[in-house]
Unconditional design. Structure first.
Length: 251
């Protein structure tokens, strides 16, 4: 029973890690305007960049809610393409006339089974990665992150950088460490004390490395910890709260 529980937790940690890989990639996209001159590269101001990103994320979310989930579309598209190609190969007359051709057809049939197994595995992996509310209402976390960053930039301009950084550094580190080593939870939340403390210290270290201001770095990280633990949607409120504090501290 204990071995089964350990295996289950290990699998859940892998699923969480995969989600966080996607989360990190998403955050890098949000950081893009602070890394590259979007006006020269894309002919878009930073505000326009986030507006376009908001429209795109909302459109994807609406499509996912109204139509079959994206994972269904991906798997079905892969399956249709494969079946069409293999069907056309099997129907080639030249393959049916020679012994080697017959063996090739049998080989393609076996290949078809293997690929189908890979497709099913792909579907299962995405299904495990998705959180329960994402299966019902779409990828709201991504949309919330874009909207939160857009709001932060409109009100706090360059300080929204720290908001995106909180999503990238604090959210990722606290979630992974909290799942792996968390034992105690904060009251009325599923966030762990250990995860919050680790995220706070790690984010403080990163901010101190970038700014050289220890107290300000700690205060921003503390706000991130409270927001992530008790905010309605951390992807939405983390960028706003941390950008707000950075703005007032003039970090």
């Amino acid at each position: 029973m204990k071995m089964r529980s350990t295996a289950l937790k290990k699998r859940e940690f892998i699923d969480l890690s995969l989600r966080k890989v996607i989360h990190v990639m998403f955050c890098i996209v949000l950081l893009f305007p602070f890394i590259v001159d979007t006006e020269s590269f894309l002919h878009l101001t930073i505000l326009q960049f986030y507006l376009v990103l908001s429209l795109f994320s909302l459109a994807v979310n609406v499509l996912q809610v109204r139509r079959p989930l994206i994972k269904h579309e991906l798997v079905n598209a892969m399956r249709r393409s494969r079946e069409k190609i293999l069907r056309e190969i099997r129907e080639l007359r030249v393959l049916k006339r020679v012994p080697l051709g017959v063996k090739l057809v049998e080989g393609f049939t076996e290949l078809d089974k293997k690929i189908r197994m890979m497709e099913d595995s792909f579907y299962t992996q995405i299904d495990r990665m998705e959180r329960s509310y994402e299966k019902i209402g779409g990828y709201m976390g991504i949309t919330a992150g874009v909207i939160g960053t857009l709001f932060s930039y409109v009100f706090f301009t360059k300080y929204s950088f720290y908001g995106v950084l909180s999503l990238l550094v604090y959210d990722t580190s606290s979630s992974l460490f909290g799942f792996a080593a968390g034992k105690r939870k904060w009251p009325k939340t599923n966030k762990t004390v250990e995860g919050s403390v680790f995220g706070l210290l790690f984010f403080t270290t990163v901010l101190f490395f970038l700014t050289g201001l220890l107290l300000n770095s700690f205060l921003i990280s503390l706000v991130a910890a409270v927001t992530e633990a008790y905010g309605v949607e951390d992807n939405l409120f983390l960028p706003v709260s941390t950008s707000l504090v950075a703005f007032f501290l003039k970090i």
